[in-house]
Design a protein around this ligand. Structure first.
Ligand code: SF4
Length: 274
């Protein structure tokens, strides 16, 4: 089997830069842009535009490893399984929408002898890289991290005439809107800008009887946060992930009485719990 270069192509900026550098180094023959296409209500149309634009620039097709029931978003798969987490505590939506289709695709289309899987992690993420090397390596898969290459050439897509997704103006990553792994700062943006997704999150919590967010061992339901977020919105607290979380919550606490355990959001991985 010919050498195969599989880019975990999420629709985010880093994975696009990885695709550009992998194609530059290896030529575009045998490069696969592997994407999990998310439901249109939670994956912004401009992310879908961006992944198409970069693929067209490279002259490569998009290859989809998506859940068979494409009508399901992160809330639907959780309600179907009546849980937000899988056994090891990681997000069920990642498992259903990304990991399982990814591993199925690899089993059917890739070879442990001749395939390399490329991720968009960079030098600020050594822990995630080590974890990925360990998980995939233990299953016999070879991985590589082009954002660490000393000869990488791409640091933005604007240089090739492709604007990054407009979602980066408020979000730091290309994750689903209403990400079940995200902290409250992300969900404040959802509250302010996507009331449809906020309501769907409330519906899922009610159907499952469990909260998406926890403060230690205490559940904190979206419904409880609603009046607080309304007060923050009325006070003009900006809905963005680009304000550092310490400053964001310091400003919020001037308006509402709240203790928030805020985690920095990381991009969702294809193989979170593989
Ligand atoms: S980006 Fe967030 S909501 Fe989407 S699959 Fe990953 S963890 Fe779930």
């Amino acid at each position: 089997m010919a050498e195969q270069h599989i880019v975990c192509y999420s629709g985010g900026l880093s994975s696009a830069l990885v695709a550009l550098d992998v194609a530059r180094r290896h030529g575009k023959n045998n490069v696969v842009l592997l994407n999990h296409d998310m439901h249109f209500s939670v994956e912004h149309a401009d992310i879908k535009r961006f992944k198409r634009d970069v693929a067209e620039h490279l002259g490569l097709p998009l290859t989809f490893a998506s859940r068979r029931n494409a009508s399901q978003d992160q809330f639907d798969v959780c309600v179907e399984s009546q849980a937000f987490k899988v056994g090891n505590g990681s997000e069920l939506c990642t498992a259903r929408l990304k990991t399982e289709p990814f591993m199925e695709w690899l089993a059917a289309n890739a070879s442990k002898d001749s395939s390399t899987i490329y991720y968009g992690f960079d030098a600020t993420e050594p822990g995630r890289i080590q974890r990925r090397i360990g998980i995939m390596g233990s299953q016999g898969w070879k991985t590589d991290y082009p954002r660490l290459w000393s000869d990488k050439q791409f640091n933005d897509t604007e240089a090739i005439g492709i604007a990054r997704p407009c979602t980066y103006s408020v979000f730091k990553h290309g994750n689903c809107i209403g990400c079940l792994k995200a902290g409250w700062q992300h969900w404040y943006i959802v509250y302010c800008t996507r009331p449809d997704i906020w309501l769907k999150g409330m519906w899922a919590e009610e159907e499952i009887g469990h909260a998406i967010h926890w403060d230690g061992d205490q559940p904190v339901y979206l419904e409880e946060m609603q009046p607080r977020f309304a007060a923050m919105k009325a006070a003009g607290i900006p809905a963005t992930e680009h304000i550092p979380q310490q400053r964001f919550w310091a400003d919020a606490k001037r308006i509402i009485n709240i203790k928030v355990l805020q985690q920095d959001l990381l991009p969702c991985e294809c193989t979170e719990d593989a």
